[in-house]
Design a protein around this ligand. Structure first.
Ligand SMILES: [Zn+2]
Length: 177
């Protein structure tokens, strides 16, 4: 599928993620990303996918294969829980950021993709799973902890991978990049 080639600024993506969190009353962690998908009319499935594929989203009128719905996100059930959650948030980001009107969406997330719309979806996902306000609240109690401990604490509280926690802490300027 051809996506619109006009890329969003990072700040714009963060604003959209914050607006989405506000609209859907995201006010505690770990963020229930499956419920957020359901609120958008999207059903989440776990499925065994090839190791290089984290998941995909399909938005179309007619049911997709034997899933019984045409609004779905499939995550690789072989991935770790943290990675699965990031994949769901990433695919939901395509729905929120990249859908044009009622056009269908087909996108999949592969290991190592991080440019153009994939980068945009990753920024949105990171801000959705670790919203600024909730992160600040959580981190207030952890002043003075070493970086790796901080990342571990965030990873376990927000149910994300250690790596995703590090990226988000860096984005927030809370650890040295
Ligand atoms: Zn993607």
């Amino acid at each position: 599928m051809e996506w619109g080639a006009i890329f969003l600024h990072k700040e714009e993506i963060i604003q959209k993620a914050e607006a989405f969190c506000k609209e859907h009353r995201v006010n505690r962690f770990p963020v229930n990303v499956i419920t957020l998908c359901e609120q958008c009319g999207i059903t989440v499935f776990g499925h065994m996918l090839p190791p290089a594929v984290s998941g995909f989203i399909v938005i179309q009128e007619e049911p997709f294969q034997d899933f019984g719905t045409g609004h779905l996100i499939v995550m690789n059930s072989c991935d770790s829980a943290g990675r699965q959650r990031f994949t769901i948030a990433h695919e939901l980001a395509h729905y929120v950021l990249h859908r044009e009107g009622n056009e269908p969406i087909y996108a999949h997330r592969d290991a190592g993709q991080n440019d153009g719309i994939e980068r945009e979806a990753n920024i949105f996902a990171s801000n959705l799973l670790m919203p600024t306000a909730l992160m600040e609240k959580f981190l207030r109690g952890l002043d003075g902890y070493p970086q790796s401990v901080l990342a571990d604490q965030v990873a376990s509280a927000f149910a994300v991978s250690h790596e995703a926690a590090l990226v988000r802490l860096d984005q927030l300027g809370l650890i040295g990049g």
